[in-house]
Design a protein around this ligand. Structure first.
Ligand SMILES: NC(=O)c1ccc[n+]([C@@H]2O[C@H](COP(=O)([O-])OP(=O)(O)OC[C@H]3O[C@@H](n4cnc5c(N)ncnc54)[C@H](O)[C@@H]3O)[C@@H](O)[C@H]2O)c1
Length: 256
């Protein structure tokens, strides 16, 4: 129970990776706020799953791209749960397109949600931590493709590269307050965004079958365990780091 008495926020917590993070944090004793753009009805099963760990769990419908919604939800979270110690800025989208065919609104959506949404959550929660004197942890969900270009993924890859620099910049400026900021870079996980692409995009599935040196896609549990590590006492001296969990994908030279 390393998070007994702590409060955690997970954005995209009604999705596959975020829900696993929320569950693992609750199982380690944290009270949890789940933020997602889904309606309460759509998120019900995922919220129930985290509640089963026996901690206080609240669900808030929030579009992280909307700063007013983020600020209002955060104020309510702090009043309801009594503070904020751990933030998983995890919500994200992917809509793959070949570079020459990317419509401007597709590019803009990736920037608005993946990058500006991460900024909104990161800045709002960091301000709260500084105001409360909380030496908290902020963990972004980046991606292995933030560092390696993946076919037909320009908008997503670029937004996640931006998340990496946002994380480092925040780590640099917030260290003086004792706030640690890190990111995880999952590889291809057989769930969530990539899980759907594996089913819906045959070309994607064909590529994936060739690019994972460890042979298998990752699991949400493996990603959630890394989040527990980054939020916990074992990483008190770590800030500004990108932790890559990609089965070796980043090491691999692949053809297309
Ligand atoms: N699945 C993978 O293989 C993989 C690999 C690398 C990185 N990631 C990253 O992991 C994170 C979680 O993705 P996932 O795979 O669990 O997908 P997912 O679709 O299951 O979860 C994403 C969640 O974010 C929510 N969301 C989307 N837009 C939002 C918004 N504007 N405001 C609030 N919530 C919003 C969605 O409703 C969804 O519940 C993302 O940042 C993604 O880029 C996933």
């Amino acid at each position: 129970m390393i998070f007994e008495g702590k409060v955690a926020l997970v954005t995209g917590g009604a999705g596959d990776l975020g829900n696993e993070m929320a569950l693992h944090l609750a199982q380690e004793g944290a009270d949890v706020a789940i933020w997602d753009v889904k309606s309460p009805a759509e998120a019900k099963a995922q919220v129930q799953r985290v509640k089963a760990a026996g901690r206080r769990v609240i669900y808030q419908r929030v579009d992280i791209a909307n700063r007013k919604q983020v600020d209002a939800a955060l104020a309510k979270l702090v009043t309801t749960l009594g503070g904020l110690d751990i933030v998983c800025a995890n919500a994200g989208i992917v809509e793959a397109r070949p570079f020459l065919e990317i419509p401007q609104d597709n590019w803009q959506r990736h920037m608005d949600i993946n990058l500006t949404g991460s900024f909104n959550v990161g800045q709002a929660t960091a301000r709260q931590m500084v105001k409360a004197g909380t030496q908290g942890r902020i963990i972004f969900t980046s991606s292995w493709v933030s560092q390696i270009p993946w076919p037909e993924n320009t908008a997503y890859d670029t937004s996640k590269a931006g998340v990496n620099m946002l994380m480092k910049q925040m780590a640099r400026e917030l260290a003086v307050y004792g706030i640690r900021v890190n990111a995880i870079a999952p590889g291809i996980v057989k769930a969530g965004l990539a899980g759907r692409q594996l089913i819906e995009e045959p070309q994607y599935a064909k590529r994936v079958s060739r690019v994972i040196p460890l042979g298998e896609p990752g699991t949400p549990v493996e990603i959630a365990q890394a989040v527990v590590y980054l939020a916990g006492p074992a990483t008190a001296y770590m800030t500004g780091s990108l932790v890559v969990l990609d089965g070796g994908c980043s090491l691999f030279q692949f053809d297309q």
